[in-house]
Design a protein around this ligand. Structure first.
Ligand code: BTN
Length: 328
């Protein structure tokens, strides 16, 4: 805990020296505890310069993803979140925590996933030090159908977090792929657990994966033509800790708003959804159906119009969008 406090104090005053005495007084810990915390932070990879008569100064916040660096970026302290070095999948860890009774809003963040999962049973490439892998557990009191918009609107929360920290606005490929420069920046896997007797929602686990540090050659060959990372798209480096903190904050706001008034989020979803107005292809019963995507309805369903003029609303599933990910 002292490490969190010392890191936060140094990170809040970039470039400035803070004396051991001042840190000890403002943080309410002994000078020995300050020194021990600084040593611990250095071992974790932070650059902290110590100068006689001046004190300590943060020289390199690095891109480590740990509790300390994320805590320093949160505007308001928050309960029930953890950062782990390596997990199988943050969604799986969240599910284990849920069965042990973890509360609404629990968040699991990892630096690396050994068995990251994508939609439709696919795997999600999750190398250490490269991406942000974050899952959140919610326990809303509602029937499952009312969660349809929520899963799509999570994409808006992710876009807002990227925008706040990186200054670029990703688009959304329906229902919730994050797209930057026409390539996939990340994805969302939402899983539900229902109560047997009532069919009510026991919990929702939303897992978000974002590519941050990858270069083209870091992606598996089958993804290298369609994936992108923040580093590939931006001239400045977005720290994963800052992104994780912003994402938790946006997801918390989404959770509150969607129970009250989701209207603002829906408008934002529509503005960001690049699928509408494009030609799409749907795979159904082994056949490809072509149609025009014409709108997103009030529950984030995709309204498509076939060539014979008939319309249909897609509630779930995936569509290929012409001009994206190699569909020409
Ligand atoms: C997709 O695009 O198919 C969805 C990818 C979702 C990946 C995230 S990473 C965090 C969470 N843990 C997982 O195992 N999957 C999700």
């Amino acid at each position: 805990m002292s490490r969190d406090l010392v890191y936060r104090a140094l990170a809040e005053r970039p470039g400035e020296y803070l004396s051991g005495q001042e840190l000890s007084r403002t943080l309410g810990i002994s000078r020995a505890a300050v020194w021990k915390a600084v040593e611990g932070l250095r071992r974790q990879g932070y650059g902290i310069e110590a100068r006689n008569g001046c004190g300590y100064r943060l020289t390199d916040p690095g891109d480590r993803l740990d509790r300390c660096s994320v805590a320093a970026c949160l505007a308001v302290p928050r309960d029930n979140w953890q950062v782990l070095d390596e997990v199988d999948s943050t969604n799986t860890v969240c599910r284990r925590l849920a069965s042990d009774g973890a509360p609404d809003g629990t968040v699991v963040i990892a630096d690396c996933q050994t068995a990251g999962r994508g939609r439709r049973g696919r795997s999600f490439s999750s190398p250490g030090g490269m991406g942000l892998y974050l899952s959140i557990l919610w326990r809303p009191d509602c029937p499952p159908q009312s969660l349809l918009p929520l899963t799509a609107l999570i994409a808006v929360a992710v876009c807002r977090a990227v925008e706040r920290t990186g200054g670029v606005s990703p688009a959304i490929k329906w229902p919730n792929d994050l797209v930057l420069c026409g390539r996939k920046l990340g994805g969302i896997l939402t899983e539900l657990s229902l109560e047997g007797e009532t069919g009510h929602v026991d919990c929702v686990i939303a897992g978000i994966g974002l590519n941050c540090r990858q270069r083209v050659e870091d992606f598996p060959p089958e993804l290298s033509d369609m994936a992108i990372s923040l580093d590939m798209a931006l001239p400045v480096r977005v720290r994963r800790a800052a992104l994780a903190a912003a994402l938790m904050e946006e997801l918390d706001t989404l959770r509150t708003d969607v129970l009250g008034d989701p209207g603002r989020w829906l408008a934002d979803y529509r503005a960001r959804c690049l699928t509408v107005g494009r030609r799409v292809q749907i795979l159904r019963d082994g056949h490809h159906i072509e149609a025009d995507a014409v709108a997103v309805d009030d529950r984030c369903g995709l309204v498509i119009r076939r060539d014979d003029g008939t319309e249909e609303i897609l509630r779930a599933g995936e569509v290929s969008v012409r001009g994206l990910y190699g569909y020409v």
